[in-house]
Ligand binder design. Structure first.
Ligand SMILES: NC(=O)C1=CN([C@@H]2O[C@H](COP(=O)(O)OP(=O)(O)OC[C@H]3O[C@@H](n4cnc5c(N)ncnc54)[C@H](O)[C@@H]3O)[C@@H](O)[C@H]2O)C=CC1
Ligand SMILES: O=C([O-])CC(=O)C(=O)O
Length: 332
């Protein structure tokens, strides 16, 4: 067997981690032959709860779980890690937008950026989940200047999965028969879930999703709004934010980064290099393909309609505003 992959999960005593840890530890992400060393970071008041999580992981008697390291110490947590899954942050409650969390959460990512810079492997792959995810990811990348910018991402795969599932449900087909749904921009209610390039298999035939749906009003209105506001709808129903589906999306995101996407397109927040006219340096969700070398590349050459351009720019404007607000808090 190969050496363990060292995976840090922050917010390890929280609700997303409770679903996520089992999937990682049993091999859903790094493969069924890859041993895992799990590092679990949370804050000091949560250490007793974290002890319970550690007991449960032990009680799962999983063959791939080589080691579990619970800690409240950032330096210890980031030491020599291969993968950082940064979930730990306040979740929003009913009536809040994700950007309302900026003030509280951005400080966490500044501090963790310094720890990442000082202690992690330079090849570390970073996925920010804690909201507002794009801006927190941008903050941590700025405070970890020795880690290549390409190694930072934020989670918009949950939005992609939501979009895929909405189309599957509309057409009465299975989720695997819907491909190339795209999420552009911010993991917020300004995100642009885009079906212009999506394809579906219906009755054994591959066709553009919009041609199969035959309902432009649904594509341009109901679909977009449902995906944009799905997180809020879950909060309203559960009084807690999405956790099971978030954990599943984190697994999808990391597995695709680790092994590559092949011909599939997936959406993830990455630092813009100017593709599709998006300001360089913003953490923006694009459609990407990932090679077996773990290099992420934006899908090139997509036609952007006037309708789409407006939406791409609106979510970009929100990200610029969030970025400026985050850095003003950090300088204060
Ligand atoms: N990007 C996405 O698609 C999604 C993002 N989220 C976000 O993920 C975050 C976590 O959500 P939940 O697990 O439901 O929240 P939770 O409140 O159940 O757990 C968060 C955990 O983070 C810990 N924590 C707080 N500060 C920390 C720090 N400095 N270092 C380490 N741990 C720290 C808390 O003690 C708590 O145990 C929230 O910000 C939520 O809004 C949630 C769903 C989807
Ligand atoms: O909506 C929230 O606050 C949690 C989240 O990010 C999501 O479910 O997409």
């Amino acid at each position: 067997m190969s050496d363990p992959v060292k995976v840090l999960v922050t917010g390890a005593a929280g609700q997303i981690a409770y679903s996520l840890l089992y999937s990682i530890a049993k091999g859903d992400v790094f493969g069924e032959k890859q041993p895992i060393s799990l590092v679990l970071l949370d804050i000091p008041p949560m250490m007793a709860v974290l002890d319970g999580v550690v007991m449960e992981l032990q009680d799962c008697a999983l063959p791939l779980l080589a080691e579990v390291i619970p800690t409240a110490d950032e330096a210890a947590a980031f030491k020599d890690i291969d993968v950082a899954l940064l979930v730990g942050a306040q979740p929003r409650r009913q009536g809040m937008e994700r950007k309302d969390l900026l003030k509280a959460n951005v400080k966490i990512f500044k501090s963790q950026g310094a720890a990442l810079d000082a202690h992690a492997k330079k090849t570390v792959k970073v996925v920010v989940v804690g909201n507002p995810a794009n801006t927190n990811a941008l903050v941590i990348s700025k405070f970890a200047p020795s880690i290549p910018k390409e190694n930072f991402s934020c989670l918009t795969r949950l939005d992609q999965n939501r979009a895929q599932a909405q189309v599957a449900s509309k057409l009465g087909i299975s989720n695997e028969n819907v491909q190339r749904t795209i999420i552009w921009g911010n993991h917020s209610s300004t995100q642009f879930p885009d079906l212009a390039h999506a394809v579906v298999h219906v009755n054994g035939k591959l066709m553009p999703a919009q041609e199969a749906i035959k309902d432009d009003n649904w594509v341009k209105n109901d679909f977009i709004q449902t995906v944009q506001t799905r997180g809020g709808a879950v909060i309203q129903a559960r009084k807690l934010s999405s956790a099971m589906s978030a954990a599943k999306a984190i697994c999808d995101h990391v597995r695709d980064w680790w092994f590559g996407t092949g011909e599939r397109w997936v959406s993830m927040g990455i630092i813009s290099k100017g593709d599709y006219g998006i300001q360089e340096g913003l953490m923006y969700s694009f459609p990407v393909q990932i090679g077996t070398d773990k290099v992420v590349q934006v899908v090139p050459g997509l036609t952007i309609s006037d309708f789409a351009r407006e939406k791409l720019d609106a979510t970009q404007a929100e990200l610029i505003e969030e970025r400026d607000c985050a850095f003003s808090f950090l300088e204060a």
